[in-house]
Design a protein around this ligand. Structure first.
Ligand code: HAM
Length: 411
């Protein structure tokens, strides 16, 4: 654990302000959860065979006998809060957080026992459009900060296809136990997927020869993966498929990803994230899917060699909801939202693929000032209807006219 001294403290404040601003661009609102939680929260969600729970959690029995832990990550506490405060009544929820996390790791470059994360969690959208938006937001953060690198991603299946893969994996590993050091046997017997977390050169050759989850995906996971690929291409995100990527927590389903910066070396990601479709229901909440990521702030600072860009001269002012007349137009709506964000205008797309009427209802409920309507005719003409939600007035405008109108509309 280390102190952050002046003048570095100023840098941290600037970094956190800039991250909060980018979060707002995508419609995320801040949540702060306690640093201390019941240890069971992490044991259940991350999995008790995960390295973080098994070896790295600062866990202790409090005076009243309760088993508590310093939070090693932010997703489990945010999901707990989401359920506890009935947030599932909203059509979707986008939350961000910034704060310290704790893992008892061997201290080394870029690895601390108290470190900080900026994270986001997006609840309520099952389709790959949510994964694409979250990945493109991560990409934007890295571009704004000037980090050189790229996203790598994979699909690790769902509760229907993964068990079959695990059976095959278990069988293959059984045949190779004689070359795997004994200390790892109990862990991989309980959860064969954890073999991929083992960083030991004696196990590396075994891992290299194991079957890949990609060959065992069910049709639903395959179509999720191809929808994601198409959207990443549309949004021009440099995301590379890495069939060996599995990530170290049990809560992930389907899409997982990491942001790699060659400046930090291939083994330490600047950020990591993924989809967790069963975590909310696993903790006793309703059946709501989620997706998010966490950026390690010490690593972000390292990747930019301590240089944090200045904040834009103005705060994003107008908040726009981009709606579509048909769900097939979602990729266009996402692209237009990205163009608005390029100009620091906050934009949100209802990625659930619901009717225009439901989207307008959501826009009203959320109190969006402006709604931009994307339909076939508008796309063909290159002009979009911009509706002022207070007056009900609608105007047909080009994207650049919309941008100058909204960017000039400062509070
Ligand atoms: P994670 O990959 O464990 O994911 O952590 C995210 C980032 O935190 C890492 O990429 C790294 O930059 C940073 N980090 C982790 N451990 C350390 C450490 N000991 N020292 C310095 N930096 C560290 C999660 O925590 C998930 N909760 C992310 C997520 C959000 N998935 C879905 N939503």
């Amino acid at each position: 654990m280390r102190d952050i001294l002046p003048p570095e403290g100023e840098l941290w404040r600037r970094m956190e302000n800039l991250l909060a601003l980018i979060a707002r661009l995508y419609g995320y609102q801040e949540i702060r959860t306690p640093i201390l939680e019941f240890a069971d929260l992490f044991k259940k969600g991350l999995g008790d065979t995960s390295d973080v729970v098994e070896k790295e959690m600062f866990e202790f029995i409090d005076k009243d006998g309760s088993d508590v832990a310093l939070r090693p990550e932010g997703t489990a506490p945010v999901v707990r809060a989401y359920i506890e405060h009935g947030m599932a009544s909203m059509p979707w929820v986008r939350l961000f957080y910034i704060g310290p996390m704790f893992r008892r790791e061997k201290p080394q470059k870029g690895r601390y026992r108290q470190f900080h994360q900026f994270g986001i969690e997006f609840f309520g959208v099952q389709s790959a459009a949510a994964d694409a938006e979250v990945m493109s937001m991560l990409d934007r953060v890295m571009k704004i900060f000037g980090v050189k690198g790229y996203l790598k991603y994979n699909n690790i299946g769902c509760k229907f296809c993964r068990p079959k893969y695990i059976d095959v994996l278990r069988e293959q590993i059984e045949g190779k136990l004689d070359v795997i050091p004994k200390e790892y046997h109990p862990k991989i017997r309980r959860n064969p997927m954890r073999i991929f977390d083992i960083k030991d050169e004696r196990v590396e050759p075994v891992i290299k020869d194991l079957p890949k989850i990609g060959d065992y995906l069910c049709d639903a996971c395959l179509s999720h993966a191809s929808e994601l690929r198409e959207l990443l291409d549309t949004l021009e995100i440099d995301a590379r498929l890495d069939e060996g990527l599995v990530r170290g927590f049990d809560y992930y389903t389907r899409t997982v990803f990491e942001y790699i910066s060659p400046d930090l070396g291939a083994k330490s990601a600047v950020a990591g994230g993924g989809r967790y479709d069963y975590l909310v229901s696993y903790y006793g909440g309703p059946d709501v899917p989620g997706v998010g990521f966490g950026i390690g702030l010490e690593r972000l600072l390292m990747a930019v060699q301590g240089r944090v860009p200045s904040l834009p001269v103005f705060e994003p002012v107008a908040e726009v909801m981009v709606v579509y007349t048909h769900s097939s137009l979602i990729p266009y709506a996402m692209e237009i939202a990205e163009q608005l964000r390029n100009q620091w205008i906050a934009a949100v797309v209802d990625l659930r693929g619901v009717s225009l009427k439901s989207q307008m209802k959501a826009a009203g409920k959320r109190g969006y000032e402006w709604v931009l309507i994307v339909g076939e005719d508008e796309l063909a003409a290159g002009k979009y209807k911009l509706r002022d939600m207070n007056s009900g007035e609608e105007r047909l405008l080009t994207p650049s006219e919309i941008i100058s109108l909204l960017a000039g509309k400062g509070e």
